[in-house]
Design a protein around this ligand. Sequence first.
Ligand code: NAP
Length: 259
Amino acid sequence: MDLGIKGRKAIVCAASKGLGKACAMHLAEAGVDLVINSRTKEAIEATAAEIAKATGVTVIPVACDITTPEGRKQVLDAAGDVDILVNNAGGPPPGNFRDWEIEDWEKAVNANMLTPIELIKSTVDGMIDRKFGRIVNITSGAVKAPISYLGLSNGARAGLTGFVAGVARETVRHNVTINGLLPGPFATDRLHGNLRLQAEKAGRTFEDYAAEQAGKNPAGRFGEPDEFGATCAFMCSVHAGFMTGQNILLDGGAFPGTL
Ligand code: NAP
């Protein structure tokens, strides 16, 4: 399918690897020029070179922390006018809320709620003026089905989702959509790191424990980042102009509800 976005320009945050990289790769395959970001210079430069070589689009890497005002300025300056914004950042750490101080909450809310809102604020009016815009916020399946030990994530991402639910209904008449893309378990370094810790705690091997966890998903496996990236690119396509304020869950059917 032609996604109809060849020649458009996108910012994809937190994209040297994992889900962000997969989104960037699929947008590039659709002919979208990119500004991609992550904190580690070598990694983001290597990813930019890989995507540019594979697809022929222009990919500008920006090494910075997207959760800081300086980092966001660097990314926005590199991009200029953008048509597509994919918000993403590292997720907050797990834990027990009794151990969290106000600083822990401020960090999580800054990274997973205020950072995407700031980037939306900086880009959405230009999109409205140009009558095309697609914003996808990578959040988490925990927005729909909270995970108790991920309270910082549950709270901060629910805040972003609530904000977007309102503004997404204002922008859509200008052909600017804003949606959430909610990952369940996807086979990325982050998931593998979490599984490794849990396996250690349980005195099990990583392979054995990971296979057991994957088998518990209705799909019998973890998601592949490629599947996530393809969905993101569709949500950024010309075909998705009537979809806004939605939260698209990709979890292999793990959420047990009818809706
Ligand atoms: P990942 O494989 O660990 O990749 C994270 C990417 O984000 C890396 O490129 C990392 O590079 C970059 N990054 C992290 N913090 C950043 C910051 N402050 N500024 C700029 N770049 C930053 O993680 P992932 O699995 O793709 O997860 C992406 C998001 O989805 C996270 O918020 C995660 O919580 C959420 N999620 C993932 C899953 C899953 O199963 N994978 C499930 C639910 C939710 P640097 O470290 O070099 O900056």
